[in-house]
Design a protein around this ligand. Sequence first.
Ligand code: UD1
Length: 429
Amino acid sequence: MDRIHITGGVPLHGTIPVIGAKNAALPLMAASLLTEETLTLSNLPHLVDITTMANLLAQHGVELSMNGALPGGGCDGRVLDLCGRAVANTTAPYDLVCRMRASVLVLGPLVARFGQARVSLPGGCAIGTRPVDLHIKGLEQMGARIELNEGYIEARRSGRLKGAQIIFPQVSVGATENLLMAAVLAEGETILMNAAREPEVCDLAQCLVAMGARIEGIGTDTVRIQGVERLRGARHGVVPDRIEAGTYAVAAAITRGAIELTGTRPELMVATLTCLSECGVRVEPTDKGVRINAVDADIVGTDIMTEPYPGFPTDMQAQVMALMATARGAAMITETIFENRFMHVPELMRMGAQINIHRASSAIVRGVPRLSGAQVMATDLRASVCLVLAGLSAQGDTIVNRVYHLDRGYERLVEKLAACGAHIERIRD
Ligand code: UD1
């Protein structure tokens, strides 16, 4: 298994281009199941999770072709045509779903268009039990009969799904996306209340509108969908990745450097940028995005609590904890979205961080002047990148094991950081 070797202590300086969001691209790809016509997605990131979703859709019968012509010939693979004309198989098998939870996003589109779907239950994962009960209950409210058989969700409906009023007891990004995709082809009106408002959900809704869906209230917690009989093809550019951008913003802060993030939309990452400003980092808008300037900054501990959008994102919690570990004073970090999302804490402590966890959901981080390099590993994507960030600021050498987690969500991470002066390399085994 590949590892990453970092020699820390170098302030990062330079420019990092931000790619399309993985968490937007995955549901957008699943939306191709809703129509016989071609959906063209641009600004796609090159990531293992995108390949997993492409393989899943291909085995359903979606025809995929990579585009994006390069000036000298060839293609950059950032533009993907997906055509759901010949979809024949409505089963999403265990061996693909178990690799990535977001595979469950094919459930809503398959039942909506074909009246049936058999999708493996995703099972537990490193950051908690993460059930899919809200996806299932919502589809039942829309008239689907659902049974759980041999580890599979089996959904059936003769005729179109029926519009329903669905009140989510808690905000769920995935359930909102799945039911949105189901509702666009249902008969009558569906109202999703307490819906997720994440930019990735809005991106999906906007793409569905371009495909002919009738949706009101995009960006609010009450989304009204008037079902239509069929959708058409469309072209859509994936929204920039606010978590990738936030991660590199923390890289600038933790090394006391300065990085311009281009191709990003700062208005989509207000909670992260506000947190950095409160810590003492200068956040400067530029023509192309935003500049994060921490040169000579006196970074002070700042409390954060994760919340659904527009609150502070759970996917930035681990990265900010690494920053707080080197800040002046203490910070209280409270995780409210997932029940097991402090897996990075013991590894940060092996690097010299001082952290106490309270009741599994809060952590008090007492900043130390300098972390020290160590061999570390992590069990999920954001926890892994938090250890890379810690390694960039630590004294001495850090080896981050199990790099495959990073490949799921960060494109060319090593190259992007090295281009800003980081002493970082991938060791291939
Ligand atoms: C998505 C993101 C993930 C992010 C998370 C929260 C993708 C591909 N992934 O994950 O990166 O960390 O949003 O912003 O977009 N829940 C239930 N029952 C359900 C569904 C969810 O209890 O049926 C709970 C979950 O266990 C969790 C909370 O709701 O505690 C939020 O989860 P959810 O928003 O659904 O996360 P995902 O869509 O899986």
